[in-house]
Design a protein around this ligand. Structure first.
Ligand code: IPD
Ligand code: CA
Length: 268
């Protein structure tokens, strides 16, 4: 039983920072790249190396917790446990492969019974930023408390992901994007869902959406958003599933209902 979530939180923040250093220190030209299933879906030797590192660090700190990492292909490596680490060793693998320095390490400790993240960190090594959150304790950027902005969608930048691994959704995605673009200041896709959510928590974006993400893409970001005063749900308005993939919409208190309204108008 994990009795001390706050000490697990400390381990998560330090593991995210050290994993981020591995991203910063490796040169993507020198690492092997392999294709995964789906469109434009890759894994590099660094993804696998960092996931191994995180598994050993986090499992040593909290041996009773389960572990679900992207590079396990969605299969949890342990039996049922009350708490589970949900980990993306590199969110933004394509960014990493092409030398765009916008990749993150995303770690969440989740209460599996409640389906909620309880402690989380997202590290962006190129900017030296660690976004973190503890359930009921607030959200932080390098230790300083952060809040979502109070802006409406029309006064905000909105982020989106293009669901690159499933091109069959492209027409629907483009319809939604067109309406969101018309309703905000401008749109951005930085190529890392965890980074989009972290930036939203820090007040940089007003909204974010992407269809068919996986739990490791948003488990940590979801806690950042809620602890920073924002809203995040699936397209039905429920908290995103941590057991299977989900489509995500998030925003400031003012922008979230506008984002969900636009999305709902396109979903039959
Ligand atoms: C991807 C990134 C990207 C998003 C994809 C994700 P990965 O994660 O978050 O921004 O558009 O849907 O799968 O594969 O780089 O870990
Ligand atoms: Ca990944």
């Amino acid at each position: 039983m994990i009795t001390d979530i706050s000490s697990a939180y400390g381990e998560i923040c330090s593991a995210a920072l050290r994993a981020g250093q591995i991203i910063a220190e490796t040169s993507p030209e020198n690492v092997g790249v392999f294709k995964k299933s789906g469109d434009a879906n890759f894994v590099t030797e660094s993804d696998i190396r960092i996931q191994k590192f995180l598994r050993s660090q986090l499992s040593a700190a909290c041996p009773e917790a389960g572990f679900l990492g992207e590079e396990d292909d969605g299969a949890s490596s342990s039996g049922p446990a009350k708490y589970v680490f949900i980990v993306d060793p590199i969110d933004g693998t394509s960014n990493y492969m092409f030398g765009l320095r916008l990749s993150t390490v995303s770690i969440a400790l989740c209460d599996a019974e409640r389906g909620r993240p309880v402690a989380a960190a997202v590290c962006c090594p190129s900017s030296g930023e660690v976004f973190s959150a503890l359930e009921g304790g607030g959200a932080f950027l390098n230790g300083k408390q952060i809040r979502v902005s109070d802006r409406k969608l029309q006064n905000s930048l909105a982020a989106f992901g293009s669901t690159p691994y499933d091109r069959t959704l492209a027409p629907l995605h483009m319809e939604i994007l067109s309406d969101i673009y018309s309703s905000c200041l401008d749109v951005r896709n930085l190529g890392s869902a965890a980074l989009h959510l972290a930036y939203l928590a820090a007040g940089r974006f007003g909204g974010f959406y992407e269809m068919r993400l996986c739990p490791w893409d948003y488990a940590a970001g979801a806690l950042l958003i809620t602890e920073a005063g924002g809203r995040i749900t699936n397209f039905s308005g429920n908290f995103p599933s941590l057991e299977s993939g989900d489509s995500i919409v998030a925003g400031t208190p003012a922008a979230y209902p506008e984002m969900l309204g636009i999305i709902s108008s396109h979903i039959k």
